[in-house]
Design a protein around this ligand. Sequence first.
Ligand code: SF4
Length: 328
Amino acid sequence: MRHVSSSSATTTPGPSKVLLAAPRGYCAGVDRAVQTVEHALEIHGAPIYVRKEIVHNKHVVEQLTERGAIFVDQETEVPEGEMVVFSAHGVSPVVHENAEARQLKTIDATCPLVTKVHVEARKFASDGYTIVLVGHDGHEEVEGTTGEAPENIILVETEEDVEGLEVEDPDKVAYITQTTLSVDETTAIIKALKRKFPNMTGPKTDDICYATTNRQQAVKELARECDLILVIGSTNSSNSVRLVEVAREHGAASHLIDFHTQVREEWLEGVETVGITSGASAPEELVENLVQFFRDRGTQDISELRTVNESVRFMLPKKIRDGTAATA
Ligand code: SF4
């Protein structure tokens, strides 16, 4: 049965049911990065420069801009001696060198799980391996990781790329991955790499992070129950884009939106159950706005489909902890 709101001005019928994926939204790395900028503003006052978007979400960037953060593309744009925060996606050693040359005061909000991949890159490089990095060309995380060992790293994006891969010593190959890829696609690429380089080594534990894995698993379950899945997230958010792909691969129509105002009426035609999830960089208030959008259309059956509980938390960067203690 479909519902029509009697109190709302709109006559657009809502779906019978809205199901929210759980877990969804903010991961520990994003939470830490956003809090880092917030605390930096409180401790040091505006302006605080931030290299790149602190996390890939329009709303978050707009809110921090209002509070006095200035987002720049490169550290070389930051006036000498000022404070700059490096984003959750990580930076290459060259960025640290440039910042030092400009006497910038730096706070590194790189997610510890991205740092883990950087450490692996350095280790494999120092052991003389050719490193195959599975990731997306142009993504900030890939740029940062590649910068750790530019001479040793080859980027691979697809199974087709693996076929054409030439390395100096096929017995001395290691792989690492971006943290926010499709779990299934990456598994297939790694299998193809292992076929080509049977002696290939890799990280001790997966580089695709817990948050990416859990959100993709949750959206797969959601896709079984829903005709349509709306993913809250920005177009430059890798893990959000992957959620749309996974939802479609598992049989649901799916769209990526930054805000509830972007929902198109035609997407809702004939839809009985709508699923909602959000990328690891999307704040929960945007999900709440979308739920309200459906409430206003008369949907009353709103519940959560939980696949796993998450309890991961990361400590804030030391400079922020020290600064907070000093001002307490
Ligand atoms: S998506 Fe994963 S790697 Fe990226 S910030 Fe979140 S926890 Fe860290």
